[in-house]
Design a protein around this ligand. Structure first.
Ligand code: IDP
Ligand code: MG
Length: 139
């Protein structure tokens, strides 16, 4: 497996509760190199565009409100098989189903306020990385 990049977010619930450092530590201890990172807020139109694939879902409005309620940390992570490995470290969308040792098992409040985001496929990563980062911001 070649080096791969994925896009990650530490969501507003986890930032507000002071879990940023613990999550970054888990990322680094699991062999990811953080090649881009910034703390910022996501504006409503940005959240709507970012999650456009979910716009017909009943949870869409709540999701957009949640993702815009406070600061997030957006990141680009690099390692072998980064997309799958990051999804594995995140854990299942619903923390009730998340495996021991995953970020969502440890920190997520519920299926919506679930602490982290990760790209789900190479095509998604290729869209999500430039959504938040210019090439000069990736080190
Ligand atoms: P993922 O983040 O594990 O890839 P997706 O199905 O892509 O999960 O959903 C995107 C985000 O939407 C989730 O991380 C979660 O914040 C929210 N979400 C997903 N399903 C539900 C739901 O049934 N109720 C409320 N929020 C949900
Ligand atoms: Mg998803």
């Amino acid at each position: 497996m070649a080096l791969e990049r994925t896009f990650a977010i530490i969501k507003p619930d986890a930032v507000a509760k002071g879990h940023t450092g613990d999550i970054l530590s888990m990322i680094e201890h699991n062999g990811f190199r953080i090649i881009g990172m910034k703390m910022r807020r996501i504006a409503k139109p940005e959240a709507e565009a970012f999650y456009a694939v979910h716009k017909e879902r009943p949870f869409f409005k709540g999701l957009v409100n949640f993702m815009t309620e406070g600061p997030v940390v957006v990141m680009v992570l690099e390692r072998e098989d980064a997309i799958a490995k990051w999804r594995e470290l995140m854990g299942a969308t619903n923390p009730a189903n998340a495996a021991e040792g995953t970020i969502r098992k440890r920190f997520a409040e519920n299926i919506e306020r679930n602490s982290v985001h990760g790209s789900d496929a190479p095509e998604t990563a290729a869209q999500e990385i430039p959504f938040f980062f210019g090439t000069a911001e990736l080190l």
